[in-house]
Ligand binder design. Structure first.
Ligand code: ARG
Length: 295
C-alpha cells in the first residue's frame, strides 16, 4: 500500500494532476465488439395452454426430458458473490445456486452445478451442456437473440470499485488515457467500458473477485463491476478498496434457458415469482451477502 501511494505521488509529480497514475500497464485483450448493454424487459411467460396438447404430443417436452434424465443442471461462473462464489467446502454456493436447487426440487429431480468462465456460458447452454444459466446474467438484446430469459429476479448496475485513496469521483474520469480499468471479461461492465467509455483494451479478468484482487495489488486504477458484487467484495478489503455510489447502468438479472424450451421458461418463471413473493429471494441475497464476505 505504501509503495502504491509513493508511486501515485511520483506519477502526479511527473504527469501533472490526472485522476490516474498511468503506470499500470494494460495487458488484457479486447473483447469482440458487442452491442451496448441495454436492459430490456425479460421474456414474458409462454402461454401455458399449448396447441400440441390436442394433437397428443406433450405440452411440456423439456420438463418431461429433464424428469426422464433425472437431473437438472445449472451452469454458473463463480467469483461473483453473493450470486455465486466458492463456499467453505470449495463447492459453488450463492443465490443463483439456491434458486437452481428450488427449480430442481419443484421438478423432483437431482441437482448438478457446472462452474465455468462467464464467457463460455451461452455457448455451453446452446450446446446442451446444462439446462439453465444462473450467473447474475444481465438481460441484453444481444444475448436475448441467443437464449431465452426468464422473468427478472434481481436488479443491479455497474459501479466503480476503487482503491480507498483514489481521487476518482466519476466514470467519466476513466476516459483519461492514463487510467487502467479492469473488468470481468464478456460482461456488461466490459461492454460499458469499451463501448460507452471508449476504452478499447480494459484489463480483463475472469470474474469480479479477480478484478478486485488486481485492484488491491495496484495493477489498475479502477474496476467496473456489478454493484451487488462490488458491495459484497469490498467488505473483504476494508481500508483498501471503496465503491462509488453512482450506478452508471441499470440492469436486470434473469436466468437463461435455451431457445425453444418455453415450457421450462414458464416453469422457472413460476418458481421465481413464488419465491419473490414469499421473500425467499431477498432472504437468500441477505444470507449469501453475509456468508460470502466472511473470509
Ligand atoms: N451482470 C453482468 C453481466 O451479465 C456480470 C455477470 C457476471 N457473472 C458471473 N457469474 N461472473 O454481464
Amino acid at each position: 500500500m505504501k509503495k502504491l501511494i509513493a508511486f501515485a505521488l511520483a506519477s502526479i509529480l511527473t504527469l501533472g494532476l490526472t485522476a490516474c497514475g498511468g503506470g499500470a500497464s494494460s495487458t488484457g485483450s479486447s473483447a469482440a465488439a458487442s452491442t451496448a448493454a441495454s436492459a430490456s424487459t425479460a421474456a414474458s411467460a409462454a402461454d401455458s395452454t399449448d396447441a400440441s396438447a390436442t394433437s397428443g404430443e406433450s405440452a411440456t417436452p423439456t420438463l418431461d426430458a429433464i424428469k426422464e434424465k433425472g437431473t437438472f443442471t445449472l451452469m454458473t461462473a463463480t467469483g461473483f458473490p453473493p450470486f455465486e462464489y466458492l463456499g467453505a467446502d470449495g463447492q459453488p454456493a450463492g443465490v443463483d445456486i439456491d434458486v437452481g436447487q428450488l427449480v430442481a426440487d419443484e421438478l423432483g429431480v437431482e441437482y448438478e452445478v457446472l462452474d465455468m468462465d462467464f464467457g463460455l456460458l451461452i455457448e455451453a447452454l446452446k450446446s446442451g451442456k446444462g439446462d439453465m444459466i444462473g450467473a447474475g446474467m444481465t438481460v441484453t438484446d444481444e444475448r436475448a437473440q441467443q437464449v431465452d430469459f426468464t422473468v427478472t429476479y434481481a436488479t443491479a448496475g455497474q459501479v466503480l470499485l476503487l482503491p480507498a485513496d483514489s481521487t476518482i469521483t466519476s466514470a467519466e474520469e476513466l476516459k483519461s488515457g492514463d487510467c487502467t480499468v479492469t473488468v470481468q471479461a464478456n460482461t456488461t461492465g466490459d461492454i460499458y467500458v469499451q463501448d460507452t467509455l471508449g476504452i478499447s483494451s480494459p484489463l480483463q479478468f475472469k470474474n469480479a473477485v479477480e478484478c478486485a484482487a488486481a485492484l488491491a495489488a495496484g495493477k489498475a486504477d479502477a474496476a467496473v463491476i456489478d454493484s451487488v458484487a462490488a458491495n459484497t467484495i469490498v467488505k473483504n478489503y476494508e481500508g483498501e478498496l471503496k465503491v462509488l455510489d453512482e450506478m452508471v447502468t441499470e440492469e436486470n438479472y434473469a436466468l437463461a434457458i435455451a431457445k425453444g424450451q418455453e415450457d421450462l421458461v414458464e416453469f422457472v418463471n413460476q418458481v421465481i415469482e413464488k419465491n419473490i413473493e414469499n421473500g425467499t429471494i431477498d432472504k437468500l441475497l441477505e444470507e449469501h451477502t453475509a456468508l460470502s464476505s466472511e473470509g
